[in-house]
Design a protein around this ligand. Sequence first.
Ligand code: FAD
Length: 292
Amino acid sequence: MKIIDLLKKNTLAISFEVFPPKTETSFESVRAATEEIAALRPAFMSVTYGAGGGTSQYTLDIARNIRNLYGVPTLEHLTCVSSSREMIRKKIAELKAAGIENVMALRGDIPQGMENTDRSGWDYHHAIELVRELKAAQADFCIGGACYPEIHPESLNQKEDIRHLKEKVDAGCDFLTTQMFFDNNLLYNFLYKIREAGITVPVIPGVMPITNANQVARAIRLSGSFMPQRFKCLVDRFGSSPEAMKQAGIAYATDQIIDLFANGITNVHVYSMNKPDVAAKIQSNLSDILGK
Ligand code: FAD
């Protein structure tokens, strides 16, 4: 099922994100974790893609598993920045042959140490080029794109970031998923600005449950997200107790999701990251709201 059709249903729903194993030895544990999450029957599950395509086959294998065993729609991520045109076209042909319906078109992070290198010889510089490749493949993919309520870390300002986002959507994105954020007001403000800029496709907010104190620094480094004082207090108070931190982090994410639903959002993407217990707890916290 296409994500865009799920979004049209207008019912409250959550989706979960998983990432493929980095090596063959961890394939089995990741497969088991993703199947446990799939058994919760979320609206869909997204499967991330290793930058440079190192784990690309696993992305397809994991997604196929989820779909075939549980009938849960999947969203396959694909990045382009470290790939040649030949690699990307081959990958797109593979997705088409496998009957993949939903693809998240991403640039990917610039590989470490290459931030200041001359990029003129690269085949891809931005996600918009991948969106165009996917459209050109005439496979009728439902295409997602990433967006950043707190602007992409490489952008000079939000106006520029939104201008590029509009170009990416106009190139063929059917929907957008946001980077994680910890203050819903930032999301509401962002939505107002992109609607004003003429971006009308559905936006799925992404919420990450922070379940241990070490994750906080990593999340801020990767996303550049603002940590509200309320969240910082929670980490200060419970960060040294793994169980307490996990419970508090799940409660915070649940609270964020309820507020999003209460303010008119219908679909929320949860960055559950291969943690079935966290996904299950969030879903059970929302059981009456989701009718599950
Ligand atoms: P782009 O849309 O290309 O934007 C990147 C930057 O370039 C922005 O600053 C933008 O304003 C600017 N820009 C865009 N177009 C132009 C243009 N034409 N000219 C000049 N500047 C331009 N990474 C992975 O490796 N694997 C994943 O599976 C993955 N999944 C993700 C899922 C979500 C929902 C999100 C939010 C991020 C994900 N990422 C993933 C991280 C993502 O790859 C990085 O954030 C990356 O740095 C940017 O990717 P993008 O697709 O947003 O790029």
